[in-house]
Design a protein around this ligand. Structure first.
Ligand code: GUN
Length: 294
């Protein structure tokens, strides 16, 4: 391996330590404990693990994490009722509805129903719009984590050609938006590739920074990577018992300049960013004036 390893686990740990300190100071001055309510519908084992880790992260940083579990056959209106209750509860500052939802539920109806001031995922249309305009309130956690990893690894985004592979609302689109922003962590020239892109490999080979977020194991191979490029792997795919990313790590790490591992790369950063958004939500709701997110 010649690439520098971008250690998301240790970067996330130091960010969590800072958040724990900020949360303690906030509790002290406001008397309020930030509270994240997570909603889990159905019993997908991977989602259950993610939600448990988010809850545990809250507890470890001096915040409350509550879990609202609903069965897979819950009706859309029952789920909307729960969200309305959480919106109205002054003790709940952040609401997260774990995705994916069962097929009979319309994701957009649910995400639209979350109070935008409690939308710690940054998925509500108001928050998507604010991000797109360069004045974010809550930045979606996974792309925000990728941006912070680039910063912490000393990778310059200004003027760089960043290629995002994947166009999801959760990662690809907000990632492109962040890299495009004016200022620190942005100012990149951004290309978004997806399943219908013609000659995707040739486009990725032009990249200084590759963000792989397609959800297909080992999709990005060494021949797609320009020597010295930075590779951020968002994928978490199960191959039998092992977790693998969207990047064929063993070969790509011989070509890339810097690379994130899976696990231990983007994953822990997503949770750290969520904890930051939860504290931010509590500060917003107690009337504190905040600087722009980022
Ligand atoms: N499922 C996969 N990633 C995410 C995320 O960032 N937030 C939520 N709510 N669900 C997800």
């Amino acid at each position: 391996m010649t690439a520098a390893l971008i250690d998301g686990k240790s970067i996330a740990a130091s960010i969590r330590e800072r958040i724990a300190g900020d949360a303690a100071a906030f509790r002290q001055r406001s008397g309020v404990t930030p509270h994240l309510a997570a909603v889990l519908v159905g019993d997908d084992p991977a989602s259950a693990v993610y939600v448990r880790n988010k809850q545990r992260g809250c507890e470890q940083t001096g915040m409350t994490g509550s879990l609202h579990r609903l069965s897979a056959d819950v009706s859309q209106s029952q789920l909307l009722e729960l969200i309305a209750r959480l919106n109205a509860d002054p003790d709940v500052h952040g609401i997260l509805v774990q995705l994916p939802l069962p097929r009979h539920i319309d994701d957009a109806r649910i995400l639209d129903a979350v109070d935008p001031l409690k939308d710690v995922d940054g998925f509500h249309p108001t928050n998507v719009g604010l991000l797109s305009q360069g004045r974010p309130r809550f930045i979606p956690c996974t792309p925000h984590g990728c941006q912070v990893l680039l910063r912490e690894a000393g990778i310059r985004t200004a003027g760089a050609h960043a290629v995002v592979i994947g166009r999801s609302d959760i990662v690809g689109k907000p990632m492109a938006s962040l890299l495009l922003q004016k200022g620190a962590g942005g100012d990149a020239t951004v290309t978004v590739c997806h399943s219908r892109t013609r000659d995707l490999a040739a486009i990725v080979r032009e990249a200084d920074i590759v963000i792989a977020a397609i959800g297909r194991p080992h999709f990005v191979t060494a021949d797609m990577i320009r020597p010295g490029a930075t590779v951020i792997d968002v994928g978490i795919n199960r191959l039998g018992q092992v977790l693998v990313g969207d990047v064929e790590f063993a070969e790509v790490s011989k070509v890339a300049g810097a690379i994130t591992p899976v696990p231990g790369g983007v994953g822990p950063m997503t949770i750290a960013m969520l904890l930051g958004n939860t504290l931010r939500a509590a500060r917003l709701q107690t009337g504190e004036t905040l600087e722009t997110a980022g």
